[in-house]
Design a binder for this molecule. Structure first.
Ligand SMILES: [Zn+2]
Length: 192
């Protein structure tokens, strides 16, 4: 077998087993910060992901899995769960727990991409708040990991009741539009 053939088989298998979340038939809590119209559009969109985004997804899952293994070896890890709501129309997949707190893992290519101070991207903040609201956690830890030098940063996030309410209201609104297929209100001003 030549390397070209190896290439083909390796890529083919990876693309089929990438774990890429097509977001078909449900609203993912990981992107709940997005514009309602965008979430609505994605729910009905069935365009398959490109091979390159599948390769990237597979690689980040592998890194995340390695980090979970490290916590497992430390004896502080609890397995992740699937949060399924509104008859499965809304779903979230947690990365697990460490020291009894909800864990979410984000990997970035370079050390300089680690968020500074306590400035978590709002997309991540919304996601974590959604998991805590629906999963009943009071506090959580977001682990950022830089792939270049293996350095990391922990962010402690407490549950905010007002965020939980906001997320629930947003979801209820989008779900109300999905049933009769009426596009949700655009809040970002960029949707067509
Ligand atoms: Zn919009």
């Amino acid at each position: 077998m030549n390397t070209r053939e190896m290439d083909r088989l390796f890529i083919e298998w990876t693309a089929e087993n990438s774990g890429y979340d097509e977001h078909r038939n449900y609203i993912g809590l990981s992107t709940i910060a997005d514009c309602p119209r965008e979430i609505y559009r994605r729910y009905f969109d069935s365009t398959p992901a490109s091979v390159s985004s599948r390769l990237k997804t597979r690689a980040s899952y592998e890194i995340e899995e390695n980090l979970k293994n490290r916590f497992r070896k430390m004896g502080v890890y609890g397995e992740g769960i699937e949060i399924s709501l509104y008859n499965g129309l809304v779903k979230g997949h947690t990365d697990g727990e460490i020291w009894g707190r909800l864990l979410d893992i984000k990997t970035v290519p370079l050390t300089e991409h680690l968020p500074r101070d306590n400035n978590l991207p709002s997309k991540v903040f919304w996601q974590i708040q959604a998991y805590m609201f629906f999963g009943g956690w009071e506090d959580s830890v977001v682990l950022y990991f830089a792939r270049d030098f293996g350095v990391h940063k922990f962010f402690y996030v407490r549950y905010h009741e007002s965020m939980g309410k906001k997320i629930e209201t947003k979801l209820t609104g989008i779900l109300r539009d999905i049933e009769p297929a009426t596009p949700s209100q655009c809040e970002c001003g960029r949707c067509r």
